[in-house]
Design a protein around this ligand. Sequence first.
Ligand SMILES: NC(=O)c1ccc[n+]([C@@H]2O[C@H](COP(=O)([O-])OP(=O)(O)OC[C@H]3O[C@@H](n4cnc5c(N)ncnc54)[C@H](OP(=O)(O)O)[C@@H]3O)[C@@H](O)[C@H]2O)c1
Length: 260
Amino acid sequence: MNEYPLLKGKNAIITGASRGIGKAVATRLANEGVNVVLAARTKETLDETVKEITKQSSVKVRGVACDVSKLEDLQKLVSVAMKELGGIDILINNAGVSSQYPFEQQPLEDIERLAHTNYLGYVRLIRLVINHMIEKKGGAIINMVSGSTMVDPVPRTFVTYSSLKVGLRAFLKGLFWEMRDHGIKITSILPGVVDTELTDKLDNIAQEQRDRLMSPETVVDMVMFALSVPANACPLELAVINQRTPWTKPIIDYKQTQAK
Ligand SMILES: NC(=O)c1ccc[n+]([C@@H]2O[C@H](COP(=O)([O-])OP(=O)(O)OC[C@H]3O[C@@H](n4cnc5c(N)ncnc54)[C@H](OP(=O)(O)O)[C@@H]3O)[C@@H](O)[C@H]2O)c1
């Protein structure tokens, strides 16, 4: 039996859905009867995930190879979703990349990549679906932001990543007030450190301690909460932070190799 019967028959786009948090969200939504369009850059991994979810659910599952940092790819994603599903009720804005550098060593291309993926990718995709949702007088836009936005100042070596997420969080908080008038819900999810490929290479998390990280399913639970609250309420921001990782704290340690 479905745990969230009101979601059955809805249509969703999920970006960054081939692995990690996005894949876990897509899997749960499909199991709850939501038709899903999955987006990611690497076609092979995406196809595998589409196959896997199709096998275990009875909904429409489509994959669109798409780089969210490219406007034309986002336009293609929305037009495939509209054509294949007939409408969009839910957008899960999740595709993101991370990197850790002392700022003076961060390549300029890396700064651009983060900005185009983690900020512009989210804002542009919302812009591309918003008039459709306004016309339908409803929709839910759930955005994977970051628990690092609660650290002020943003953590060293993550300055570009985290400050873009801070900007995104500010944008979403403001957008909520505009979209509320149209019956559209805007939610920011602020996860702590989750056990995915994104955090595989972090300097300050030892491999043997990874089982203390949150699993993507914990983040999925937040998404399901956001999608299931009554129509007269909107979870504007949901934070779930690590409880058993003493090395994640408001000031993230950094080995300052250049220090004299
Ligand atoms: N893991 C954490 O601890 C954590 C904490 C806070 C927030 N978050 C946020 O949660 C989101 C998901 O993170 P995750 O940990 O699940 O990452 P992940 O395991 O690395 O998965 C990222 C997904 O996004 C896709 N992707 C990356 N760049 C893309 C692009 N330019 N266009 C389209 N798809 C792209 C990847 O597939 P391709 O590479 O094939 O494109 C993959 O499907 C990110 O926005 C991240 O910032 C994560």
